[in-house]
Design a protein around this ligand. Structure first.
Ligand code: FDP
Length: 345
């Protein structure tokens, strides 16, 4: 028998397709302090559900799954059919995977106990963010946070397993269903982005070690609410206009955040006199993106403190969000402090 050693082909006839998400997760498993493989499996479960949601999102216009579901969620917002479908898909994947004991979802009033005795992880998820954009074919996303439970594995879920500050996240990420579909995640060792290749049904590493520009020229805020902004924020917006920054607001948090992360910019959903805590949810929107932002060298605050340091007090708690390039987040805070000090003088 003749044996020949394998040498990689260099002819260029069959170009390399790159590193799949699965392989990447496996390679990086050792970076993780509890390298037992369960977190890796959990990330793969999320990736699988996101592929299914991607498929359903792509055919929403054809499959009679656009439009309203006819019910409102816990936020009092009208649920879209795809919101509900995405929730079912992620719940199913996470419950079957076996690594997760409890889930907090935007679509459910209460914590879902998966009755999974060996589950070490708690997941907070917004299965389909930016739902008002579904029917008009604009980018939407999934946002997820992963925590280790703090009470003993196998015992009943306790409030302290769920109400953890964002700084305790062991992983977080988002999926952007856009002109291409991307999954971006961190386990606290930098941020990596993967683009979905539909013909192969795989995510491939396309954005290794993502870093946010320190400063930027894009500001993303719903300026329709300008009259309700505080004076400091109003003067910051005026300054952005003076500097001829670009105003870009899709109204899909994941899409706005992702663009600013790549190009440099700030996304703001402030507290206003009408809604002092803004609109976005701490547990399954702000925390996940704040972890990614910090890992990519950007910043996330509620206007006063680091998002990741906020101790949650309720499941669907809202928080103002200032997230993006360092210099811009600092600058808006400077304008707000300046306006406050003028008032108190
Ligand atoms: P949506 O209500 O469409 O789900 O998470 C909520 C969110 O979208 C964000 O994705 C988005 O950035 C924001 O709300 C848009 O809110 P406004 O319409 O108030 O600007």
């Amino acid at each position: 028998m003749k044996i020949k050693q394998y040498t990689p082909d260099k002819s260029g006839l069959a170009y390399s397709v790159g590193v799949t998400l699965d392989r990447f997760i496996k390679i990086k498993q050792e970076d993780f302090p509890f390298a037992s493989g369960e977190l890796s499996q959990l990330l793969r479960d999320i990736a699988l559900a996101s592929k299914i949601v991607n498929r359903e999102t792509n055919r929403a216009g054809l499959a009679n799954i656009g439009g309203a579901f006819g019910q409102t969620n816990v936020q009092g917002e009208e649920q879209q059919k795809l919101d509900v479908i995405a929730n079912i898909r992620f719940m199913r994947a996470l419950s079957k995977g076996g690594e997760v004991c409890a889930i907090v979802s935007e679509e459910d009033d209460e914590v879902i106990d998966l009755q999974n005795k060996s589950g070490k992880y708690v997941v907070a998820i917004d299965p389909l963010d930016g739902s008002s954009n579904i029917d008009v074919n604009i980018s939407i996303g999934t946002i997820f946070s992963i925590y280790r439970r703090v009470t003993p594995v196998g015992s009943p879920i306790q409030i302290e397993d769920i109400m953890q500050a964002g700084a305790n996240q062991v992983a977080s990420g988002y999926v952007l269903y856009g002109s291409s579909t991307m999954l971006v995640y961190t386990t606290g060792h930098g941020v990596n982005g993967f683009t979905y290749e539909p013909s192969l049904g795989e995510f491939f590493l396309s954005h290794p070690d993502m870093k946010a520009p320190k400063d930027g020229k894009i500001y993303s805020i719903n300026e329709g609410a300008y009259n309700h902004f505080d004076d400091g924020l109003k003067s910051y917006i005026t300054e952005c206009k003076k500097r001829e920054y670009s105003a870009r607001y899709i109204g899909s948090l994941v899409a706005d955040f992702h663009r600013n992360l790549l190009k440099g910019g700030i996304y703001i959903y402030p507290g206003t006199n009408k809604a002092p805590n803004g609109k976005l949810r701490l547990l399954y929107e702000a925390n996940a993106l704040a972890f990614i932002a910090e890992q990519a060298g950007a910043k996330a605050t509620d206007g006063k403190q680091r998002i990741l340091e906020i101790e949650p007090s309720s499941l669907h708690q809202r928080t103002p969000l200032y997230i993006g390039s360092n210099v811009m987040v600092d600058e808006v805070e400077f304008f707000q402090k300046k306006a406050l000090s003028t008032v108190t003088q």
